[in-house]
Design a protein around this ligand. Structure first.
Ligand code: HEM
Length: 449
């Protein structure tokens, strides 16, 4: 018996397969989230469950949530011109400073500031970091003696602001100046997390006017005084550049505001998280101190690893929005022109498909390489590519210098119960963190003062 040969199936046309749209969050899930009044992070968790590239329809524009390392590398590092920042949420606060500007104006500012924020440039600022850290260590010493609880959130804000103010002006700020500048925090909280679709900017009102008053006074003072003996402070350099290059209108003020905002909240929150994590894992402090004597490479590397692992678990700038200007394919999925792309280091850093044991605090990932993925785009607390953080080296130095002054002598034991994360413009502990400061047994009462 013979069987008739089946007719061959028609072949699909040759050529590359058309990539599919990313999996889309169901409208019903979106509605449920809206009804529940949940936070943006809850929605992003739901979308992320669909895969490392997912689609949500939040407003009129489609939004793609991206956590895939290769996709992150593609968007942020390899094709930044096709994915610019658009209508930055902080423009109302920062004007045309380097964080918010685009095009030529951004390039000019970035080039100028880059030299101050890398290599030799940073070394100039380490003495102001030590001065600020020493002052805080003195306060901790008094609290250790008196047994008084400290507000760690306020301490870390004060330290980060003090460092950036000293860097800018060459001298410490008065308590009053720091109090007024502290209102930057209130303003940041009022800013929308994602770029408003209608371009509407919030009214930042009276706080902003007061802060501008202080910044303008500092600029006028720097203009009126010669460069300090140790070389010009950053503000003097900005003024020289503005005069040489005929910077437009309020650009010096915008730049100062940018550095105050970008440099304070981020570093301060990182340091608060670090103290909370050390409170939960005191053995990691012991391990870091045992890595070598004060000032040794071993100890520096261990302190840096504490900061890096803190930034993996809590990348304070947790959501980096971009605008797709062309149709593209990202990590195998179609992304259409006009899409908002949300790069989310928080979700990438906690994805078990990328990081082994992602929820554990394991600083040794960054000293031994164990438990650490090697692919680009797996770790980006400072962003990637040309718009990556200008202050990354500065921030790491400032954080490790504070640890050098505090960790050998004091333990901050948080009195605050474990706290949730609040996902605002940065990710911060949802409640203020208080701690009791204890002097470590081997530290003399004068150590750290
Ligand atoms: C732990 C502390 C910090 C973290 C985690 C952090 C994180 C980031 C991230 C993720 C970006 C890129 C944003 C994007 O791609 O949309 C960024 C940009 C920026 N950061 Fe930081 N930052 C920190 C500290 C600082 C400090 C101390 C300064 C300055 C003193 C600073 C100045 C800037 C500036 C100026 C930009 C904009 C760069 C540009 O667009 O060219 N940052 N930061």
């Amino acid at each position: 018996m013979t069987t008739a040969a089946a007719a061959p199936a028609p072949r699909p046309p040759a050529g590359p397969a058309v990539p599919a749209d990313p999996p889309e969050l169901a409208a019903e899930d979106l509605r449920r989230w809206q009804r529940s009044g949940g936070e943006l992070i809850d929605l992003l968790h739901m979308a992320h469950a669909l895969g490392p590239v997912s689609l949500l329809r939040l407003g009129s524009n489609p939004t793609v949530l991206l956590t895939d390392p290769a996709g992150i590398q593609h968007v942020l590092a390899l094709n930044p011109d096709r994915y610019p920042k658009r209508s930055h949420r902080a423009r109302a606060l920062l004007g045309d400073g380097v964080l918010t500007a685009g095009g030529e104006l951004w390039k000019r500012q970035r080039r100028l500031l880059q030299s101050h924020f890398t290599g030799q440039g940073i070394r100039r600022f380490t003495s102001v970091m030590h001065d600020a850290a020493r002052q805080l260590a003195t306060r901790w010493s008094h609290s250790a003696d008196s047994g008084q609880t400290r507000d760690i959130t306020a301490d870390m804000r004060f330290y980060a602001l003090d460092v950036i103010w000293r860097t800018l002006t060459g001298h410490g700020a008065t308590a009053d100046t720091l109090r007024v500048l502290g209102a930057l925090d209130v303003i940041l909280t009022a800013l929308p997390l994602l770029p408003p679709p209608d371009g509407h900017q919030p009214d930042l009102g009276v706080h902003l006017a007061t802060i501008h008053g202080i910044v303008d006074a500092a600029i006028a003072e720097a203009r009126a005084t010669p460069d300090p003996p140790g070389g010009p402070a950053l503000l003097h350099s900005l003024i020289h550049a503005a005069d040489d290059q005929a910077w437009p209108g309020n650009l010096i003020r915008d730049e100062v505001m940018t550095l105050l905002v970008a440099g304070q909240e981020t570093t301060a929150n990182t340091l608060v998280w670090l103290h909370l994590l050390l409170g939960r894992h005191p053995e990691e402090r012991t391990r870091a101190l045992a890595a070598g004597p004060a000032g040794s490479d071993g100890r520096n590397r261990a302190f840096q690893a504490l900061v890096s692992e803190t930034l993996r678990l809590y990348p304070v700038a947790w959501l980096l929005p971009r605008h797709a200007t062309e149709d593209d394919v990202v990590a195998g999925h179609r992304v259409r022109a006009g899409t908002t792309v949300l790069a989310c280091p928080y979700l990438t850093h906690r994805d078990p498909a990328v990081w082994p044991e992602p929820d554990r605090f394991l600083p040794h990932r960054f000293t031994t390489g164990h438990h650490r993925p090697t692919q680009p785009g797996a770790y980006y607390p400072f962003g990637l590519g040309p718009r990556a953080c200008l202050g990354a080296q500065f921030a790491l130095r400032e954080a490790t210098i504070l640890l050098e002054h505090l960790l050998p002598s004091y333990a901050a034991v948080p009195d605050t119960p474990p706290t949730d994360a609040a996902f605002g413009i940065t990710v911060s502990p949802a409640t203020t963190v208080h701690a009791t400061i204890t002097r470590l047994p081997h530290a003399s009462p004068t150590e750290g003062r």
